[in-house]
Each structure stands twice: as C-alpha cells, then as structure tokens.
Design a protein around this ligand. Structure first.
Ligand code: ADP
Ligand code: MG
Length: 553
C-alpha cells in the first residue's frame, strides 16, 4: 500500500538549509551514504555472530556503487541490516537526534552561516544527498522480514512509502542527480572521493569498471576502491593525518577535524587498541542527562556497541573513538561489561593515556590547550570531584587567570606554587561569575597590597570542586571570601592586639546587629574599604549559594 507522508516540520526546514549551506562540500554526500551503509553492515554482522537463526553467517559483506549515465543516477547498495517500513518512515522522515531545536536555533542566530561545518553535529548525514539530488529513492529489506519497502522523496516537503519487492536483505539508495551534478557519475571522480573519505571503511566498496587489455578487448570488472584496513589496527607510521581526520568524522558524525588524536596499542595483561579523539568543539547536548558517550567497542574488528560508557569516566565524556579488544568474548553484554575486570583495566588505561596526552598538549601547544579548556575544561573538572585517586593529577591540568596574570595569560597550580612567597603557606582563590567581576573585589585589596597572588575561578561548580580538592601538593586551598586569613605572623599578632583594644567597640556593634550577623571581627583583609561581609569558613560560597537557590535547593 502506498502512502504520501509530510516530513516533520523541522526536517523540511533542515532540507532547505542542507541544500543551501553545505554547497561547498557537495561531494561529502557520497561519504555519508557509504558511512550509513557501513553502519548497517556493522549491525548485520553483529547479528550474524550473536543470533544464528538468521543464516547471516558467511555473508560476504559489501557496499557497491553503481553509476548509471543513461539514467543520471548513482546507487549505493549494501547488504546490511536494512530498514523495515516503519523504520524507513521514522529514520528518513524525522530527525532522530535530539538536537533539532538547537539546530534550528543555531541557524536562526547565524552561527551556521559562519561555520557551516557545524551542520554535521546535528546528524543530517542522509539528507546531505539532497545537495546533489532531484530525487532520492531508497529500496530496502530488513533482515528477517518478508517484504521490502520503497521510500522516495523529491525534497518537496513530502515523501512516499510503498511495499517493494527486493530479493536480498540490505538497502539500495538511488540518487537521481541534478543536471549540473553529473560529475558524480564519473568513474574517476567516484574513485577519488572514496579514496579521500572512505578508504578505512572495513568492507569492500566496489564498482564495476570497464577494462581494456593490450589488444583492445573490453571487459567489465568489479574493482574494490578502498584499502579496508581497520585504521586503529594499522601502524601509526602508515596513517596520514587526513586518514585520521576522515575516520574521526565517520565515527563522530562531526564535520570538523578533531583537536587531537590519540592512537595506542596496549600489550600485556589486557591487549587492546584504542584510537581516540578530542573533538575541537563541544556538542550542544554534552550537558544533557541522556548524552551518550564512550568509545565504540570492537572485539577483534567486530563492532559490539556504538557507545561503551563502561570504558570512559563521565568527566572524559567528550572523547570519541574506537577500542578494539582481543580478550573480550564476542557476545559480551551490557551486564557483563558492568562488572568485568578486563573492562575496568582498559578503562583505567584509557583514562591514564588521555590525561597524559592532555598534559603533553598543555606543555607544548598553549593555543590548542586554551581551546580545549574553553570547550571542555568545565567537564574535565568534574573528575576532581568524582575520581578521588586522580584528583590532584586532574587539578594539575587546570589553567586559570590570577591577580597577577596578563589578560591573555593563564597559569596552573604548579606555576602558582613556584610563584609563592616564602612566608606564604596556602593557595588563595576567589570564586565569582567572571574575571571582570572578581578582579575588582574588595576582598583582594590586602592580597594585592602584600603582593600575594590569588586565583580567579569563574565556573559555577568551582567552589564545590575546590572544596573537594582541599589541597594541592600539600598546600591548603583557601577561598579569600571565607573565614580568617593571616598572611604572616606579624599580621596575626597585630590583629590579636587590636582585637583586645577594641573589644568594647566590637561588642556594641554586635549588639546593634544582633540576629543579622554571626560575629563582628577586626579584619586585616581590607585596605581601602572600611568594612565587609564575609562568609564563615565552613559555610557555602555566595556564588554556590546563588547557584543552588536558582536550582530550587
Ligand atoms: P546517522 O547516520 O547519523 O544516524 P543519517 O541521516 O545518516 O544519520 O541516517 C539516518 C538513519 O537512517 C540512520 O540512523 C539509519 O537508521 C537509517 N539508514 C540510513 N541509511 C541506511 C542504510 N543504508 N541501511 C540501513 N539504515 C539506514
Ligand atoms: Mg549517517
């Protein structure tokens, strides 16, 4: 039965955008369709191992590209998992990703215009084919189903679905090219694009090509266009930067190059390979509760799951990548993963490697590191709170402005310790909404006067994080907003003497303010201002209090 369906309103808007804003990268439509075919085969291959009832074992997995010059079409076929009728309507007619609204907002605010590569973050892979298509036809049959489905759209706001005959399971996506996009029928052009973007795809991507022998006899041969080597198993020296970057885009569904690539093999008790990436920008949904993170998990080149959260601590949830273990069983389930010592060891290893890499970047490329901290510093910091064994290591990765840094300069805790005055015993910091706000705080007057450096922390969670941290390399962290602080012995005595002298005066002020304040004390924290309110040593920081109040606590 045939039916015509309206695209979800957002999809309609999205289609126009895709068609109009990605124009400089039209060729990537082929990468996106190949990437989907490869994902579909991953799923079928996994089924073939875990469920013997479907006779998938022994399938020769393959992606085939068929250009047709007479019809002006290019077809990408796979023998992957396929789509049921319902799935075709759902997957191809709506935006599955939760970011639709954010995406539309990003477009409206002009962000996308300036950075068209952002579009890739929103999962528009399939729709990118509308950049070059007058019409897209998908014919698919899902593994285990009797009937096939035909989905078709000319990007006019509607699509049609109908039953279809298809012999084998899998999917054929046929793109009817616009008149001036015929270059994508060219054998040469197709080969070039596959090599450039999809060389590492694990399944053969083939095409029938005409060959001529020396006697002029013509014949058609099926040629494999990609080298197919699982990139993470290759030797580092054999991999170009472009290959690393393209692979990143394939697994992350991002259109931007990563900030940093981490590729290593672990040998010994746990054998595994990991190819991990630090993206160059945070996805819009990284602070959402249901944000999916963790590398894809492979066991001997077979993909077991997309996101293995058991392999990555949440404070490194921005890391994308692949982990391939040769020690885990192929039918490993979520339950097994959750209490598996091998998994625990891999996670530990990965965490260590990522933190080491960050340290290296911090030491060698401050521009890159600033970018990293800007995008992900807030998330990394969570580790100080949640990963007790590594809190000092993570704290060592933080960079910040202080009362003494230049506007474009940041230092870390080690540098702070180095700068400390001989008689200084503690590390001082102030929390607030922004550097501009805190730098003029009256609480800093005395520190400036005594030439003692104070760190500026401006993330909402900083007060909580610094309380958990408590100390760094044996030096106590102290908020200048809280409790009593004596910068040296002399100062301490002076205060005590003055307190005795002025006891009567203080008591009478206390009387006046009864019920409004807890205590009235002589303070040496001020230089120019006559008086200030301070928070008790063990009380909450004002910024934290504001935050909790705003959350309804
Ligand atoms: P993404 O790949 O990021 O999920 P796409 O827009 O590229 O987003 O694809 C949307 C969805 O359509 C996929 O998630 C998948 O469910 C389905 N799909 C696309 N191409 C295929 C295919 N060749 N075989 C099976 N399903 C497919
Ligand atoms: Mg895709």
């Amino acid at each position: 039965m045939a039916e015509t369906v309206q695209f979800q309103a957002e999809v309609k808007e999205l289609l126009n955008l895709v068609i109009n804003s990605l124009y400089t990268h039209k060729e990537i439509f082929l990468r996106e369709l190949i990437s989907n075919a490869s994902d579909a085969i991953d799923k079928a291959k996994y089924l073939s191992i875990t469920d013997k009832s479907n006779n998938l074992a022994g399938t020769e997995w393959k992606i085939k590209i068929k250009p047709d010059k007479d019809e002006g079409t290019i077809t990408i076929s796979d023998n992957g998992i396929g789509l049921s009728r319902d799935e075709a309507v759902k997957s191809l007619g709506t935006i599955a990703h939760s970011g639709t609204k954010e995406f539309i907002n990003a477009v409206k605010s002009g962000q996308i215009k300036e950075q068209p590569e952002l579009i890739g973050q929103f999962g528009v892979g399939f729709y990118s084919a509308f950049m070059v298509a007058d019409k897209i036809t998908v014919i698919s049959k899902k593994v285990g189903e009797e009937k096939g489905v035909k989905w078709e759209s000319a990007a006019d706001g509607t699509f049609t679905v109908d039953d279809a005959d298809k012999e084998n399971f899998g999917t054929d996506v046929t793109v009817t090219l616009k008149k001036d996009e015929r270059e994508f029928l060219d054998e040469w052009r197709i080969k070039e694009i596959v090599k450039k973007y999809s060389d590492y795809i694990e399944y053969p991507i083939t095409m029938d090509v005409e060959k001529e022998d020396k006697d002029g006899n013509k014949s058609v041969e099926e040629e494999t266009l990609n080298s197919m080597k699982a990139l993470w198993l290759k030797d580092k020296s054999e991999i170009t930067e472009n290959e690393y970057n393209e692979f990143y885009k394939h697994i992350s569904h991002d259109f931007t190059d990563p900030l940093e690539t981490i590729h290593f093999k672990a040998e010994g008790t746990q054998e595994f390979s990991a190819l991990l990436y630090i993206p160059s920008h945070a996805p819009f949904d990284i602070f959402y509760k249901d944000f999916k993170f963790g590398p894809a998990l492979y066991v001997k080149k077979v993909q077991i799951m997309d996101h293995c959260e058991e392999l990555m601590p949440p404070y490194l949830r921005f890391i994308k990548g692949v982990v391939d273990s040769s020690d885990l069983p192929l039918n490993v389930s979520r339950e097994i993963l959750q209490n598996n010592r091998k998994v625990e060891v891999i996670k530990k290893n990965i965490t260590k490697k990522v933190l080491e890499t960050l340290k290296k970047v911090k030491e060698n490329d401050s521009e890159k590191y600033d970018k990293f901290i800007g995008e992900f510093g807030k998330i990394l910091k969570e580790g100080i709170h949640y990963d007790f064994s590594r809190k000092e290591e993570i704290a060592g990765l933080l960079t910040f402005h202080t009362t003494k840094t230049a506007a474009n300069e940041k230092i870390d805790f080690d540098k702070y310790l180095e700068n400390m005055k001989e008689e200084q015993k503690e590390i001082y910091y102030i929390c607030g909404d922004s550097v501009d706000e805190v730098k003029n705080s009256p609480y800093l007057e005395r520190f400036k006067d005594k030439d003692v450096e104070v760190i500026f922390f401006t993330d909402e969670i900083d007060d909580m994080i610094m309380s958990t941290l408590g100390e760094y390399k044996g030096k106590t962290l102290k908020s200048v907003l809280k409790g009593d602080i004596s910068l040296d012995e002399e100062e301490k005595k002076e205060t005590e003497n003055r307190e005795k002298e002025l006891k009567g005066f203080l008591d009478s002020i206390k009387d006046h303010l009864k019920g409004k304040v807890k205590d009235v004390k002589i303070s040496n924290r001020l230089k120019d201002s006559p008086a200030c309110l301070v928070v008790d040593e063990d009380a909450m920081d004002p910024a934290m209090k504001k935050l909790l109040e705003s959350m309804g606590q």
